[in-house]
Design a binder for this molecule. Structure first.
Ligand SMILES: *Cc1c(COP(=O)(O)O)cnc(C)c1O
Length: 377
């Protein structure tokens, strides 16, 4: 239990997402009501959103769907991979990605992540390739960005396809190019906690017309089987229009927070940010010095509604019958037990909120160090 002095000195409702005071969303909802599009199978909004997504990413086409989870599956189907072939994914990743491979009649191969970026490296993926390998799923996680040019070059040389999961990094750029456009097919999520949200929803995009064509056919069951609704599309359009601006604000808040915590990097090591990139922060990750530090911080933050969470559980414990495992997967294992992530809504708040969080984390770590790490665990 925390005493009241521990609570932040302002009422920010800092975890609330989507933000309750969003005028642009209110207007979009009213417009969808007035023009009747909210209740139609087909209307102007989905079409407009897909066109805007394609233009924003500088790709020929995008296809919206019901969730990021189903988008990964649609992407795999669009690639037309041989039945039973192997798809490489990180042993630390979004849970649904493992299942999407299985549900597409393919077999997951687990490889380790880069412990500094929480993402896959080209060399690790290449070392796992066999004659059965047909594709790799590369996710940009927790503010980290995978080295897509290296992965693209390797995948082309080895003849495997790349699904690029940009669900946590919409709008982010590497060398000026949007994430989600390096792979054969890119995936976005519009889930209720995501940076672009419609409560539910997702999309794929690709420069390959054959992939988009097969994806459409997979979804078509006399009607779109996994659709995004007109109402959902209506609220996404204004969010997409201001995404670069909100990403910029979140980035500058994260930089400030990292600066304030720089003396604690031995205990909380921040995710590596690339100089040649414009990141997006759905989460910001640190790797705690050990599991006890991570658990203690996450546990203590709950009492004051500070949005610090643990990371994914990862797939390292899956039985060998479900996946081929390459190497020790030790970084994925560490990430599963030592990741501390800050959830994004706070990053659009005033700078004082960031300063308060930095102070709170510093105080907690101070107390842990003083208590020989036994405190509050
Ligand atoms: C959220 C997320 C998904 C799935 O998106 P949903 O819309 O929630 O189904 C997939 N991959 C990653 C990395 C995610 O963070």
């Amino acid at each position: 239990m925390s005493d009241r002095d521990d609570l932040p000195p302002f009422d920010t409702r800092w975890n609330e997402w989507p933000r309750p005071d969003d005028e642009a969303i209110r207007e979009a909802l009213l417009r969808a009501h007035e023009d009747g599009s909210w209740g139609r199978y087909h209307g102007p909004n989905v079409e407009q959103l897909e066109a805007k997504l394609a233009a924003f990413h500088d790709v020929p086409a995008s296809l919206s769907c019901a969730s990021g989870t189903i988008a990964v599956q649609i992407a795999l189907r669009g690639l037309n991979l041989p039945d039973g072939s192997e798809v490489i994914l990180a042993a630390y990743d979004f849970p649904g990605n493992f299942r999407a491979i299985q549900d597409s009649g393919l077999f997951p191969v687990l490889v380790d992540i880069n412990p500094r970026t929480w993402c896959l490296d080209a060399e690790t993926v290449e070392a796992a390739i066999t004659e059965k390998t047909s594709a790799v799923i590369v996710s940009h996680l927790h503010g980290g960005i995978a080295d897509m040019p290296a992965i693209r070059e390797m995948a082309d040389r080895r003849g495997i396809a790349v699904v690029e999961d940009a669900c946590q990094a919409p709008g982010a750029k590497l060398h000026g190019k949007r994430l989600g456009t390096f792979g054969d097919v890119g995936v976005l999520s519009f889930g209720g906690s995501k940076l672009l949200t419609a409560g539910r929803g997702g999309a794929i995009m690709s420069e390959r017309t054959d992939v988009m064509q097969r994806a459409k056919i997979f979804c078509e069951r006399g009607n779109h089987a996994f659709p995004l609704s007109e109402l959902q599309a209506a609220v996404l359009i204004p969010q997409l229009e201001r995404l670069d601006e909100t990403n910029h604000t979140r980035h500058s808040r994260v930089q400030h927070l990292r600066k304030l915590l720089v003396s604690w990097e031995e205990y909380l090591s921040p995710i590596e940010l690339r100089a040649d990139s414009t990141p997006a922060f759905y989460k910001h990750a640190w790797l705690a010095k050990n599991q006890q530090v991570a658990k203690s911080l996450v546990g203590r933050s709950e009492a004051i509604d500070l949005p610090l969470d643990s990371g994914f559980r990862g797939f390292t414990k899956r039985p060998d019958s479900q996946a081929r495992k390459v190497g020790t997967l030790s970084s994925a294992r560490n990430a599963a037990s030592q990741t501390v992530i800050l959830h994004h809504p706070i990053l659009l708040h005033e700078i004082e909120a960031i300063e308060w969080i930095a102070q709170w984390i510093s105080r907690e770590l101070d107390a842990m160090v003083a208590g020989g790490f036994d405190a509050n665990s």
